[in-house]
Design a protein around this ligand. Structure first.
Ligand SMILES: Cc1ncc(C[n+]2csc(CCOP(=O)(O)OP(=O)(O)O)c2C)c(N)n1
Ligand code: SF4
Length: 472
């Protein structure tokens, strides 16, 4: 009989950390691992894996998404309760875990946590208080004890200079709305087992839509406390717990935990409804094999480089492959360059950044000047030769000169030079079918009169391609 095994809510191996990885990135004796394990076990026990979204902070637990096989979202520093609130408003049946350190929650995110608590959001907050900024090397945190030596208080925290340790559970208790507030400690196995019960209540409250639950978790950071793991646990009992009493501050009335209170596993339509996904989205058409494309589309603000990127990404997605798009607006919106990065792949895409494109669509001279050197050898540069008068200097890339602005002007819309370039790139590379672009344009462009002219521009590009195939 298996008594202890990795919870299903953890990945089997932590591939996001590295191939075949089985260990976490936490230091020996760190409390984050213990807290993670309790949460993962409870996600299993409460049958909520498929609808849980783990909102990670900035801090040592920034990499929680390496481990939790749930929805994961990486929040800006201190903003996890605000992010979770946003998700709560749109996904009423999801389970949202705001997991935060003391620098994150009690320092940079003080406002977020107080207002989320005050609004009584139906969330579960796990607040890992290790009395220090762990990730950045042990600076003083709002929770650091008086006299505690840290990187930024080498002689110890002094109240008159640094203020006194903030009791976040006490602050929560001053707010009427939270339904459950408790402080637990991970100092001993017995206290860990108590913490497990408290974590369970805090999660069940959310499952039962009772409101805001806050669990403060006193947690060891042996490395920055400069103690061994076992000394660190003793220090918790001797020093930390007297300042942060381990106790219940607010109980959820009448919360019976028994078999009936554990929700059934959500399946099929019920699960899809949680995330408002329809069946077709769940089974996208099989990806067409194509090599990855890292595309940079660059030009003046107003030349439509962003919308060209969006059109490309939408065409690819419509055909069942993956695409990312991110804009980058130069400091000078007009006269400088703005660029869009698009990645196209048959596989999952890790980062949306394109530092070294294999396709550059240069709509103006500054764009060619900036990005020419970055194009990968063997890549393609499409040049808007109506505006760019110089030639490409590189000899290890294929350069394609297109008088895009003149062609677009003749077609009745100078601003549609972007669609000329995009169409020719699609025709030459087969990255997506040109007919898909014709279907996507009416869905992406709001004004009817612009739809027709853009469709006409696509036809002009097709004609140009047919006549100049050799240049491609
Ligand atoms: C906006 C911003 N400010 C500061 C930082 C630097 N920073 C990274 S982690 C961190 C503190 C984390 O401490 P804590 O929340 O206690 O978590 P721990 O690492 O101890 O788990 C800080 C200040 C940052 N990444 N972003
Ligand atoms: S620095 Fe502290 S909080 Fe961060 S992983 Fe190491 S022990 Fe844990």
């Amino acid at each position: 009989m298996i008594k202890h095994q990795k919870p299903r809510a953890f990945f089997d191996t932590f591939e996001r950390k590295g191939p075949g990885q089985k260990n976490t990135h936490y230091c020996p004796g760190c409390g984050h691992g213990t807290a993670h394990k309790l949460i993962a076990e409870l996600i299993d026990e409460l049958h909520i894996q498929d609808r849980t979204i783990f909102c990670s902070p900035v801090g040592c637990s920034v990499f929680a998404y390496y481990y939790f096989d749930t929805g994961n979202i990486q929040c800006s520093h201190g903003r996890a309760p605000a992010v979770a609130t946003g998700i709560r408003r749109t996904h009423k049946d999801s389970i949202l875990i705001s997991y935060q350190g003391d620098g994150d929650l009690a320092g940079i995110g003080t406002a977020e946590i107080i207002h989320a608590a005050n609004r009584g959001e139906n969330l579960t907050v796990f607040f890992i208080n290790n009395a220090i900024y762990g990730m950045t090397g042990g600076q003083l945190a709002p929770t650091t004890l008086i006299g505690q030596s840290t990187l930024t208080s080498p002689g110890g925290r002094v109240q008159s200079r640094d203020g006194s340790p903030i009791g976040m559970a006490e602050i929560m208790d001053a707010i009427k709305t939270p339904v459950f507030i408790e402080r637990v400690s991970l100092a001993t196995p017995g206290k860990v087992m108590r913490a497990r019960k408290v974590f369970k209540k805090a999660l069940l409250n959310q499952v039962q839509k009772r409101g805001f639950s806050f669990v403060e978790v006193l947690s060891p950071c042996p490395v920055n406390w400069k103690l061994t793991p076992s000394r660190a646990r003793r220090w918790m009992e001797e020093k930390l717990e007297p300042v942060f009493p381990v106790m219940n501050f607010r109980e959820t009335e009448d919360l019976k935990i028994n078999k009936e209170t554990i929700p059934p596993v959500l399946k099929g339509e019920d699960l899809l409804n949680v995330f408002r996904v329809n069946k077709d989205q769940l089974h996208p058409p099989k990806a067409k094999e194509i090599s990855d494309q890292f595309v940079k589309i660059s030009g003046f603000g107003g030349q439509g480089v962003m919308s060209a990127g969006v059109l490309l990404a939408n065409c690819v997605i419509a055909e069942g492959r993956n695409a990312t798009w991110i804009p980058s607006y130069g400091p000078a919106m007009r006269g400088g360059t703005a660029n869009a990065s698009v990645i196209v792949s048959g596989k999952n895409i890790g980062s949306p950044l394109v530092d070294y494109p294999n396709v550059l669509i240069a709509m103006n001279l500054p764009s060619l000047n900036i990005f020419e050197e970055k194009v990968l050898p063997g890549g393609f540069i499409f040049i808007n030769s109506s505006i760019i008068t110089r030639k490409v200097k590189r000899e290890d890339v294929k350069s394609i000169y297109v008088p895009a602005s003149d062609m677009a002007k003749q077609g009745g819309m100078l601003a549609a030079a972007n669609v000329i370039m995009l169409s020719l790139y699609m025709l030459a590379s087969k990255v997506s079918d040109i007919q898909t672009l014709k279907k996507v344009i009416p869905l992406s462009i709001k004004k009817k009169e612009y739809i027709d002219v853009n469709l006409k521009i696509v036809d002009i590009a097709i004609e140009f391609y047919e006549k100049n195939k050799d240049a491609f």
